[in-house]
Design a protein around this ligand. Sequence first.
Ligand SMILES: Nc1nc2c(ncn2[C@@H]2O[C@H](COP(=O)(O)OP(=O)(O)OP(=O)(O)O)[C@@H](O)[C@H]2O)c(=O)[nH]1
Length: 438
Amino acid sequence: MLNTAAYRLSHFLSSIMLILAGVVLTSQQGFASITWLHSFFSTLFEVLPILLLGLGGLLCLFYGRTRQAALLIVVYLSHYILANEADYFRTHGVVRESTALTFHMCSLLLPLLYGVYAAWSERAQLVQDLVARSAVLIAVTGVAVAMARRYPDDVLQWLVAIRVEQLQGPLTQALIQFSYAAFALTFLVLLIQYLRHPRVLHASQLVAVLGLYWMLLNTFMLPEALVVMSSMVMLALIVAVAQEAYQMAFLDELTGLPGRRALNERMARLGRNYVIAMTDVDHFKKFNDTYGHDVGDQVLRMVASQLRKVSGGGTAYRYGGEEFTVLYPGKSISECLPHLEALRRNIEEYRMRLRDKQSRPEDAKRGRNQRGQSKSQHVSVAISIGVAERSDEHRDPQEVIKAADQALYKAKEAGRNRVVAYGQKAVPATRRKAVATR
Ligand SMILES: Nc1nc2c(ncn2[C@@H]2O[C@H](COP(=O)(O)OP(=O)(O)OP(=O)(O)O)[C@@H](O)[C@H]2O)c(=O)[nH]1
């Protein structure tokens, strides 16, 4: 099933920026007119592809991303083969006899091999995975080279033959028809891959296809297209690996909020004034026991989505389990209390529709009967919040967290679903229903 909530523009941002930067850097009106900048980039791009292959490849292998490592190799090899032909053309003003065959073969094999590797997910065994991928690469290129050496004319004729007359036009003349089909197929497969599993890695692979397509279109037209765009594509693939590594380390997988490690990092850089609020979902164990762990997870995601929107300049973190922390740098308790109270109220008032198996009909007939009767189950949850600020009594963040925890304990003791500041007496109020169903 498609998970539309998980699609993010941020998944695409870095790769789109890099590919666009490649287009700008290559354009003739762009940096070519600024001489010193042009010579700087020319020198940089002479070494960049091999550097990216080496360093990026190591990074990919370090994180077990054999897929991205294989993609780097495919992109680098294509760049290397085509650069030979393009350099000859630039130096002599004419192409080699073999150029057409080499270029058309690359324009078919690059999108195909790229698509196969990008859609081929990693296996548990790193070495086995690498061996399998290398075997495919060696077999495909081996057969292609052997065929091209043995029957160069036949292979060229087969490649350039126009199979669908209707598709032939001014916009589809730069590449062979097979190449357009291969790019379209790869793009489609990788789009489906992203829609089914929305990840930065998949987004980068998808955007990179466009970069490669643009690179082939301009290989002989724009002087730096090949080296610049292949570098940018490799960079986009590597940045995605680094981005996912960062997410793994700093973001909580269930809620998407920054996790404990990110909180510790942030706490090491706090100034003299700050407020820390510790929040805890009330009666969460009962929730899990009544509705199951999946619904419990759903509740945590809902609470996190409300916490993400907390006002007053606070940032929410998942502290662990059903506990969250809200950090207010440069604020005093009195400034934060109204915002935390608003957060508590928002969560209390939120009616969450259960999407679990319990609320689903057992069969299609019952489903039809139930439809329109608004029988779906709604639940609401409450949170308790303990708040403390930096003071002479609590000088470092760990002490402030402890104080906030003590205030949280008081909030729980006084009947839950309330905000209590450290040192403040928690007034017991009429008991509110923390888990309500209707
Ligand atoms: N579904 C789900 N449950 C979790 C997760 N992390 C922790 N829990 C559960 O959270 C519950 C925490 O329960 P308790 O610490 O006893 O507290 P409580 O039931 O919230 O009661 P009070 O805090 O006293 O209001 C435990 O049952 C844990 O198994 C999670 O990621 N998902």
